[in-house]
Design a protein around this ligand. Structure first.
Ligand SMILES: Nc1ncnc2c1ncn2[C@@H]1O[C@H](COP(=O)(O)OP(=O)(O)OP(=O)(O)O)[C@@H](O)[C@H]1O
Length: 265
């Protein structure tokens, strides 16, 4: 496998070409071991650890745990926004397998940023839509940044499935919270990412809407061959939806505080 890895020098930016679609729709997307992050140093430090994690394309995974256990931190690690602790193995099977831990070690910030832009979509708790842009512009922003055409069959399908066709010329302030979340899902998926990360995407919604939004997120992402990772404290909803789950437990270390995320099934 090593010879197929993207190199970590400047050429890696080319290896992770923006116009190469994340074409496979099956197989592994992420394989990681000893993935971790540490806040602070010494006795006041807090460590978030994921001993092993494998995520397939088309799969939906929930990350659950108490407030402060480190769910958002795991999303940041998976979203290439936080460098893993030394010792991590972290492969992301984008258009080609990429050794993410090696990119961090090589401080290949440009390549990481390009991968983040091309391969990852984010849904935040309260939408995170840009208030000065219309719904249409919000949905199109990642595509615009990547130089992709504004409209295509994918956008038309998302708009129809999310039932936001009548909202396209409005601004976020003119939308209900549930409508904002549906637009946020459209924005996260519009550029065809391989991985969609959602941080508490349903916790600001009433139960009926929460189920609908989570269901839409899962179904639309899976349909496009993306993997979805949802950080949530709503363990009951995760179980009701039958999602695979990794759950936080206290870190088993005498000298520091932290959480360890392991398979809960
Ligand atoms: N700069 C920092 N220094 C020390 N600890 C920090 C720092 N930033 C975050 N933490 C700690 O890291 C832990 C993980 O935070 P994180 O936001 O990932 O948890 P979470 O499970 O997503 O929480 P929530 O559900 O409340 O959003 C928390 O206990 C937090 O106090």
């Amino acid at each position: 496998m090593g010879s197929r890895m993207a190199p970590v020098d400047n050429a890696s930016a080319l290896a992770i070409s923006l116009d190469v679609p994340d074409s496979p729709t099956a197989g592994p997307l992420i394989e990681a071991t000893r993935l971790g992050y540490r806040y602070g140093t010494g006795s006041g430090s807090f460590e978030v650890s994921v001993p092993r994690l494998s995520i397939a394309r088309g799969e939906t995974l929930a990350i659950t745990g108490e407030s402060g256990s480190g769910k958002s931190t795991v999303l940041e690690l998976l979203g290439l926004a936080a460098p893993p602790l030394p010792g991590a193995h972290f492969l992301l099977y984008s258009a080609a397998p990429v050794d993410v831990a090696r990119l961090w070690r090589a401080r290949a910030d440009g390549a990481l940023a390009r991968m983040r832009a091309r391969s990852i979509g984010f849904v935040m708790q309260t939408g995170g839509l840009l208030p000065f842009l219309t719904v249409r512009e919000n949905i199109g922003i990642n595509r615009r940044l990547l130089g992709l055409p504004a409209e295509d069959a994918r956008i038309a399908h998302l708009v129809a499935a999310l039932e936001i066709g009548s909202l396209l010329d409005r601004r976020p302030a003119q939308l209900s919270v549930g409508q904002q979340q549906r637009v946020a899902i459209g924005r996260a998926l519009a550029h065809g990412p391989a991985l969609v990360l959602a941080d508490e995407p349903s916790s600001a919604l009433d139960p009926r809407l929460a189920d609908r939004v989570l269901g839409l997120l899962r179904d639309l992402a899976v349909e496009s061959g993306a993997a979805v990772v949802i950080a949530t404290h709503e363990q009951g909803r995760v179980r009701a939806l039958g999602l695979r789950e990794i759950r936080a437990r206290p870190l088993d270390a005498p000298d520091r505080l932290g959480s360890c995320f392991e398979d809960a099934s």
